[in-house]
Design a protein around this ligand. Structure first.
Ligand SMILES: Nc1ncnc2c1ncn2[C@@H]1O[C@H](COP(=O)(O)OP(=O)(O)OP(=O)(O)O)[C@@H](O)[C@H]1O
Ligand SMILES: [Mg+2]
Length: 235
């Protein structure tokens, strides 16, 4: 994973120390001085923004290249059943029942291989080096399924659904941000159209991704997520 990052112009802060204090695990990580992504997108020229997204696309492509294909229907069915039982919200149950019918009748083959696991813009810090901007990936997450498609849906959770912008409190130029986000989303979507697994399964996997965020959301966020799922729910 770290090897893949380095090849793509991406860095991961090294762990300096780790251990256990009072039965609790800890680790110390090198502090990265840099910009958050909303601020970067609000202030940098388009060639820097283009190079930023190209590095992310290249990272995910390298992970797809070393992945192997596997049928994942049962894993997905188990995961969404767990969410249905946890949330007990009739609107969510309706979505999950229809998605389960789809998963029982359509084979889903995905590339299984390395991924960041939670590749939203909130987990990228942009620093400067003599060679230019460096993307620092933090907050890697063990996902229920290790697939590079997980990183694609997380990036589009930002470029298409503007997730990280909703968490950002700084002042932004809304007109510019709308333009930049539609540029980024279009670029990500066009890039992954070279892959059948993306063309066939993106929508289903994005719905599962948004469903997975729901148990951690307050009422306002839950309504927002359900609304978004219903917009893309045309599989
Ligand atoms: N190595 C680092 N150097 C500099 N800042 C860091 C580093 N690691 C984390 N941060 C800062 O702390 C924030 C939260 O870290 P992280 O993403 O690891 O945790 P989190 O579980 O997502 O927390 P939260 O949900 O509260 O954002 C990051 O968005 C970043 O601003
Ligand atoms: Mg984080």
């Amino acid at each position: 994973m770290v090897h893949c990052c380095r090849d793509s112009g991406i860095s991961v802060p090294p762990v300096l120390n780790s251990g256990k204090i009072d039965e609790k695990y800890f680790f110390d990580m090198k502090y990265v001085h840099g910009d958050n992504v909303p601020h970067f997108l609000n202030s940098e020229p388009i060639n820097e923004i283009n190079s930023f997204i190209n590095k992310i696309l290249s990272f995910i492509k390298k992970n797809i290249d070393v992945s192997t294909n596997s049928v994942v229907n049962q894993v997905l069915l188990d995961k969404i059943k767990e969410i249905k039982d946890k949330l007990k919200d009739p609107r969510v149950s309706l979505i999950i029942d229809s998605l389960s019918d789809h998963l029982r009748t359509n084979e889903v083959v995905l590339p299984i291989g390395p991924c960041h696991g939670d590749l939203t813009f909130s987990n990228i810090i942009i620093s400067r080096s003599s060679a230019g901007k460096v993307l620092n990936f933090i907050d890697f997450l063990d996902s229920f399924l290790d697939t590079p498609l997980q990183d694609v849906v997380k990036i589009r959770q930002d470029t298409s659904f503007k997730w990280t912008l909703g968490l950002y409190s700084g002042a932004l130029n809304n007109h510019r941000m709308n333009y930049v986000f539609s540029f980024l989303d279009d670029k990500v979507d066009k890039f992954f159209r070279q892959y059948d697994f993306y063309n066939v399964h993106y929508k289903v996997y994005q719905i599962i991704n948004l469903l997975r965020v729901m148990p951690y959301s307050n009422k306002e966020k839950l309504d927002y997520l359900i609304n978004n799922v219903n917009i893309i729910n045309k599989f």
